[in-house]
Design a protein around this ligand. Structure first.
Ligand code: C2O
Length: 598
């Protein structure tokens, strides 16, 4: 087994690598058309112009067209044909063509897809619009002399717990229409992900804004917490107050910090899974109680962390998630950490007695539990930590990513417009994380069998991708042989190019907790734990309530380079891929499985 690269070891020692200020060029989401963007002027959004700087196969264009279900299909097709026929495509600039623009909050809830407006008939969970504001100011970096250090939640002193409690208490006591009020703050999450905002400011009034399942996941939540933390600090007159992080990635932090269970505390929430109040968290939660012992859970959790932050996040698109530009929906897929452990932790805390798994188990209600903010503080810490790993572990440089904007109310009740590009460095935002051990950097999963030859032996018994008629249903375990476009690569090739498994066009019911696990070259998949190399990762989606739309479509990917090296299956021409449904997969369908290089 190869040893950890030195930046990782350095990070393990205290995660002190300075932030890099240079950027590499990052390739676009590989499955779809490279650098295609759809620009549509506000007034005439039916006549979108598609700009590409490379010709793509028809196969690659299809998902883009499908994503434009609200544009006139004929015009889009004509547009594509025209571009594809052009001679020098590389001269067509796509830079900054179409970042998502912050929503106009005065249009909140006026959603032409669902036709609902907030009012007495508004379905629960969709009435989450903020108070209106007559002015918006542009964000400026804080000029405070103070710096906030976000502490590990399980290590808080009694006085810090008291401070946190008091701040939340005061937030809950604010008038209901104060944008800093606890419920108003919870609504921010609901509004940005349950269809209350459309992309009308970007010229696409018929397309919703959704901040999950794409490269916007990390920056959106970072901004959300940034303002939340400052509001809390201002309510207790303590500008040094840092939002604690729920340190679920270290054994001592793997339970809900006990002060959240004190029913007299403002941090308490009655809508949590009662079976899990003092249990060891399950970062790979399947939606039902498991029989795994605590020790096994801890081992699995550490391996899952390694898997998701190291093996499955070798490249910015794998870590952050797929492209998401104006005019589209986030169909390209969420990043590794967003899927696991972020999503299972939500669901593990949410209350199964509640219809929709409230509070943390459903997007619309998640922000109503204070634990949400500590959970996301740790998710945000993963972004900082991942960037210390060196190499390709750098922020996305695509202008459409950097120029995406959002609006939030600050601690003075001023509506502030922020850009993703200003969220990349926490020290510029005036905060950082307490240094604690990162034990999972040494938790590389171990193979159950090396050189198993299982893929070769399965030929004739298991269908190849080319013999499978897609879409396939995932109502039972799927096994398929996938041919590797390039086997036997040199070490140098492997370092420059990561091999990635893609499960493509996953259509799922967005009102359910959906999870399936992916195994590679596994002879006994049902008994394989995440601590074994054969486990490649999981697809996971938190339910979200929508009035109109029930199905969503996206992709999943997992890193193969290190995994195949560890299984000593590096020179094999074929791999055996197994998908095991774990939750909500009854009517999940899949359009394809393939291997790409990024
Ligand atoms: Cu916006 Cu944890 O979800």
């Amino acid at each position: 087994m190869a040893s950890l690269p030195s930046p990782i070891a350095a990070a393990a020692a205290g995660f002190t690598t300075p932030y890099s200020s240079s950027f590499t060029t990052v390739s676009s989401w590989p499955l779809f058309s490279k650098k295609c963007s759809i620009k549509s002027p506000k007034q005439t959004h039916h006549y979108g112009v598609i700009k590409c700087n490379a010709t793509d196969s028809e196969n690659n264009q299809k998902p883009v067209i499908e994503s434009l279900n609200n544009l006139d299909r004929r015009n889009v097709l004509l547009g594509l044909g025209g571009i594809a026929g052009a001679v020098n495509l590389t001269s067509v600039p796509s830079v900054g063509a179409s970042p998502l623009v912050a929503p106009d909050i005065s249009n909140c809830g006026i959603n032409p897809l669902t036709g609902f407006k907030p009012g007495p008939d508004t379905p629960e969970g969709t009435d989450c619009c903020p108070p209106d504001s007559t002015q918006i100011v542009d964000f400026q970096f804080p000029k405070d002399e103070v710096f906030r250090v976000r502490p590990a939640a399980h290590l808080l002193s009694p006085s810090y717990i008291a401070k946190f409690n008091l701040a939340i208490k005061r937030m809950k006591e604010l008038p209901a229409d104060d944008p800093r009020n606890f419920l108003q703050q919870a609504h921010i999450h609901c509004a940005y992900c349950n269809g209350a905002y459309t992309q009308s400011s970007s010229g696409f009034p018929d397309v919703e804004i959704q901040i999950h399942n794409s490269w916007l996941f990390f920056p959106f939540h970072r901004w959300y917490l940034y303002f939340y933390e400052r509001i809390l600090g201002s309510l207790i007159d303590d500008p040094t107050f840092g939002l604690p992080f729920w340190n679920w990635d270290t054994p001592a932090g793997m339970t809900i910090p006990n002060y959240f269970n004190d029913s007299s505390s403002a941090l308490f929430d009655s809508k949590r899974n009662q079976a899990n109040l003092t249990a060891v968290v399950d970062l790979g939660y399947n939606g039902t109680p498991s029989t795994t012992s605590d020790l096994e859970k801890v081992t699995n959790n550490l391996a899952i962390m390694y898997r998701q932050v190291v093996t499955n996040a070798t490249d910015p698109t794998l870590f952050f998630g797929g492209e998401y530009r104006a005019g589209s929906e986030p169909i390209n897929g969420g990043g590794s950490v967003e899927q696991i452990p972020h999503t299972p932790v939500h669901r593990w805390v949410g209350d199964p007695r509640e219809l929709n798994g409230e509070d943390l188990g459903n997007f619309y209600s998640a922000g109503r539990d204070t634990l949400f903010y500590c959970h996301h503080s740790n998710v945000d810490r993963m972004w900082s930590l991942w960037k210390t790993l060196g190499g390709k572990h750098q922020d996305i440089t695509d202008p459409d990513f950097l120029n995406t904007s959002f609006v939030f109310y600050d601690e003075k009740k001023t509506l502030v417009r922020v850009y993703v590009k200003d969220s990349l460095r926490t020290n510029q935002l005036g905060y950082d994380y307490q240094r604690v051990d990162v034990p999972w950097l040494n938790s590389r999963p171990v193979p159950r069998t090396q050189k198993s030859g299982i893929a070769r032996r399965s030929i004739g018994l298991v269908k190849k991708v080319s013999e499978t008629s897609f879409p396939v249903k995932l109502n039972k375990t799927i096994r398929v042989l996938v041919t590797r476009p390039k086997s036997s690569k040199t070490q140098e090739e492997k370092e420059n190019e990561q091999e990635v498994l893609v499960v493509q066009g996953i259509e799922y019911d967005s009102q359910q907790y959906v999870k399936f696990d992916v195994y590679v070259n596994d002879e006994d998949d049902d008994n394989t734990s995440p601590a074994q190399t054969e486990y490649a990762g999981s697809f996971a989606q938190l339910p979200h309530k929508h009035k109109g739309k029930l199905k969503s479509k996206t992709n999943f990917r997992a890193g193969l380079t290190e995994l195949l090296e560890d299984l000593e299956a590096d020179d094999d021409e074929t791999i055996l891929v197994t998908l095991i449904p774990r939750s909500g997969c009854g009517d999940v369908t899949i359009e394809g499985i393939n291997i790409i290089y990024v």
